[in-house]
Design a protein around this ligand. Structure first.
Ligand code: KIV
Ligand code: ZN
Length: 515
């Protein structure tokens, strides 16, 4: 069986990535990421799970209408309702794929589905047959594949290929696989299934043991898979999925070994990473491969000396090849509207109307009055904050006064609006952030619990804006609020209110893995 040496990159940041607790995104945010994925030239964008919620349905529809260069895909469980919903959401797409799945491991079939294997086999075949009525591009996944029995997998996969599945995706749903075994299983399945050559084989690995990238590459090299499913920054359920940036740069840097090509424009990787991190509030660890702030930093004298003499001494990739640029002061107080608009375009930020550009320019001017140098990251944060505010306006930040002094109890006065009515509330606390939250809660009484607080400098230097993520939990729901400002207590107040807005919007989503 001869295999192509072109590998398909299937990005599932907007579906599996969004399943991370707190990572849910709005329609506008998803569209912005989808456009960046298109610039990155991913082959397939899994835009969501249409049957999960009305919001997910609308997001997929809007991505299907705007993305032209990548195939747009929706996940669906193996039932007619989910598949019909996926097909409806994908209708505007130039190229569309329906990805249907059902669990095949004994544990999942007995405990979760409460179905006999014969019923699962039948349902899988019926689902693919039904999906074929809507598109020719059908992907099927046997969920929990790496813990499924091989004989049963052979029957199911042969059956769905006979019904017209064009991609067979083999998932390591719980991140249990180890590379050599995982690759060998896919190889055996491909050898044992008589019609296996009628489909492209794919891998979908979770990172519970930190092996997602290694398993994916073994699935390709040993197993013969020609599609890798991955996410930006490795976002995803629990410990996440295969990180796109890692797997792509491994293939590219070790091209002579892998002898495989991908269509990715690697110079768009860092922009994609920053956008996903900014929108979801999931910070990228500094020592993260490829996209971490330290990935190309050399601290030790010996390394610095070596790099200056010949960069290859300690660098196996070039920072600019993945899109790292020196922090540039791009704009300042005196920059005009045209320069601002041009920079938005260069950053790939599309505004729908001139009124939107004007509003963004107004906010930029406000920021430039308070901060001498405006970096690309500042502009991205400004746009991100405004999109969040526009979508969920129940709570809105107005102003904050705060006081703290060694030996004194910190106090805060926060002015904010709730349901259109403005409130001015005072609070005190153990620290300035605690005082600010207490002030808001005097009136909001949300019952939310703060489960994670993180703050990052958006650019370099003490004049950098702080970007705060606050993960809030209430009645079993977890959301991430994000806010940025040169004043970190104000950034925290914005993040807290953005989290309350998300809790208030009560977007209910069904998780595909929960029947
Ligand atoms: O991890 C998994 O099994 C999945 C499937 C839906 C492909 O995400
Ligand atoms: Zn998954």
């Amino acid at each position: 069986m001869s295999l192509s040496n072109r590998l398909i990159i299937f990005d599932t940041t907007l579906r599996d990535g969004e399943q991370s607790p707190g990572a849910s995104m709005t329609r506008e945010e998803k569209l912005r990421i989808a456009k960046q994925l298109e610039r990155l030239k991913v082959d397939v964008i899994e835009a969501g799970f249409a049957a999960a919620s009305q919001g997910d349905f609308e997001s997929i529809k809007s991505i299907a209408a705007h993305v032209r260069d990548s195939t747009v895909c929706s996940l669906s469980r193996a039932n007619d309702r989910d598949i019909a919903r996926a097909a409806e959401a994908l209708a505007p797409a130039e190229r569309k794929r329906i990805h249907t799945f059902i669990a095949t491991s004994p544990l999942h079939m007995q405990m979760k589905l409460r179905m006999e294997p014969a019923q699962v086999l039948e349902q899988a075949k019926l689902a693919v047959r039904f999906a074929r009525q809507h598109t020719d591009d059908i992907e099927f996944s046997p969920e929990d594949g790496s813990r499924s029995e091989e004989d049963f997998l052979c029957r199911v996969l042969e059956g769905v290929i006979a019904e017209g599945a064009t991609t067979i995706n083999f998932p390591d749903t719980v991140g249990y696989a180890v590379p050599e075994m995982f690759g060998a299983t896919i190889k055996r399945l491909r050898e044992r299934i008589p019609n296996s050559d009628k489909a492209v084989w794919s891998v979908h690995c979770h990172n519970d043991l930190g092996l997602a990238v290694a398993n994916s590459l073994a699935g390709v090299m040993i197993g013969g898979a020609r599609q890798i499913e991955c996410t930006i920054n490795g976002l995803g359920e629990r410990a996440g999925n295969t990180a796109l940036e890692e797997v792509v740069m491994a293939l590219r840097t070790r091209q002579a070994y892998y002898n495989l090509t991908v269509g990715i424009d690697t110079t768009q990787i860092v922009a994609a990473s920053k956008m996903v991190s900014q929108i979801t509030g999931f910070a990228v660890q500094p020592n993260k491969a490829v996209v971490g702030a330290n990935a190309f930093a050399h601290a030790s004298g010996i390394h610095q000396d070596g790099i200056l003499k010949a960069r290859e001494t300690y660098e196996i990739m070039r920072a600019e090849d993945v899109g790292w640029t020196a922090n540039k002061i791009v704009l300042g107080k005196l920059s005009g509207r045209n320069a601002f608009k041009q920079r938005l375009q260069e950053l790939g930020i599309e505004m729908e109307s001139e009124a939107e550009v004007n509003a963004a320019f107004g906010r930029f001017k406000e920021l430039a009055d308070r901060k001498a140098e405006i970096f690309d990251e500042d502009i991205m944060a400004l746009v991100s904050d405004e999109e969040t505010a526009q979508e969920n306006e129940y709570y809105r930040f107005v102003s904050l006064a705060q006081r703290s002094e060694t030996g004194e109890t910190p106090t805060a006065k926060v002015v904010f609006s709730m349901g259109g009515k403005e409130y001015s509330c005072d609070g005190e606390g153990d620290g300035p952030v605690d005082a600010m939250v207490n002030a808001i809660e005097c009136q909001a009484r949300s019952g939310a619990e703060l489960v994670l607080f993180s703050i990052n400098a958006i650019s370099t230097g003490t004049q950098s804006q702080g970007e705060v993520t606050m993960r809030l939990s209430n009645a079993g729901r977890i959301v991430n609020g994000v806010g940025s400002d040169p004043d970190i207590v104000v950034a925290s107040a914005k993040a807290y209110l953005s989290g309350l807005n998300k809790l208030h919007s009560k977007i209910e989503r069904v998780n595909p893995q929960t029947e």
